[in-house]
Ligand binder design. Sequence first.
Ligand SMILES: [Zn+2]
Length: 524
Amino acid sequence: MTTHMFTNAKVFTGDSETGFASAFRVVDGTIDWVGDAAEVVGEGSVDLGGRTVLPGLIDSHTHPALIAGTAAAVECFPPAVTSVDALVETLRAHAASTSGEEWILGRGFDETRFPERRMPTIADLDQVSADRPVLVWRCDAHSAVCNSEALRLAGIDADTPDPEGSRFERDDAGRPNGVLTEIAAVSAVTSVIPPPTREEQIATILTFGEDLASRGIVAVCDLLSTRIDDPLGVFREAASRGLRTRVALYPGWDPEHPLADLAPGDTAGRIRVAGVKVVLDGAYSNRTAWVHEPYPESCDHGLRLVADDDVLAAADWARRNGVQLAVHAMGDRALDRVIELFADREPWLDDVPSVRIEHATLVSDDRAERMRAARMSFGIATHTVFFFAEYDGYETALRAEQVPDAYPISRLFGTIEALALSSDRPATAWSGADDVMLSIEAAVRRMAHNGTEFGADAAVTVPQAVLLYTGRARLLSPLHGVGRLAPGFDASFAVLDRDVFTVPEDEIASVRVAETWIDGQRVK
Ligand SMILES: [Zn+2]
């Protein structure tokens, strides 16, 4: 038995907004006592020098399998890439660093930031390469652009009909212009990209785990794990080779290919299946979220991507397999539909919400109250980093009167117990979107990257925002052992270089994680 005492710290325990201690004791990787003690006791005990300690952070909505399942793609996020020219240059440089006939892939551009104010097209990407296929995902991952060679390999030409619920955008002559709007159109091209080998996937996940640890993140929910084959096997293999992150997997629901039922061991352990994900609509940032009132200056209500029957079939699968249903619902109409479908049904899980809602952009008082009062247990994973990073897109998609209901974190904090802030990396238009401090600053200041205030009344305090990455986030998924520093929990924690609870608000995002410990071992 190894016992270590950690003392002389400002320890946020994750229990409540006011839960602080100064010391804790770790026995064999697990916390066994938290309180106040001045003395360092025992060999290997640690004086934390008065620094601030948070429970290991939870990123409740992120996409490691998506990253592992796509061949090495260069990051094209703002603020690094902010024009069509810069996008072409970045992809060219990436092409030069790869070889032969490989696909040249990128991800993360946001054309709303481009001075050209237009989507890149086939003509731009043909400049990257005329003979190698090129594809770059938009920041929301719901659309992409490719070059002529990519369309040729995918067998898409002027005669190819649009896949249901999505579009191959076209020029005046009806020829595809390389822009692929919504997932089915993107998949029509990406399905011909040779997937990374299993070994490459494992290597990518191990690197992802190191990235997470550097940010103090010790547990994640992967909200579309079926971006690789055999996600459970791949993540568990990564764990056997040193991945320390706890991972909850949410395979995507595909009505055409229903998921096989789970085996008993699939829902237990550090790497586990936790639910099934249905994508009900698109995204506000590209005006494809499914909305009641049409988008400003249009008669467009966005996209509904799956029928009620499919949502209910996914729910049946979740119930039968004892896991959660996670529904991507951004638009107000999508959110209302989820509430209507499930509010009066019996929840099927005791310890976590049976239905998680992902993103939940517009939550009026009434909507929040309907979820709170429902027979069904609802949880929400949402994001302040969205409006921080993608303000320009929201500015054109939301009406002024909707802004007070957009990502209303303080309202949600008061009504939805199982609530988390999260990154949605790499579907968020910002490099380093899973920097928790960036997200906390946005929640506290309600300010976009360009300094514009965004629904200031919905601001939360720093302890409240930290709880949405710790003690409250842990209620959203079955990631046991994390989110609190309390007896019985993992000795997984982050030591900060400055005190996030007392720094000036505009310096929160620059607070760094100095050390990360997982199960009592220092990993950063
Ligand atoms: Zn996502």
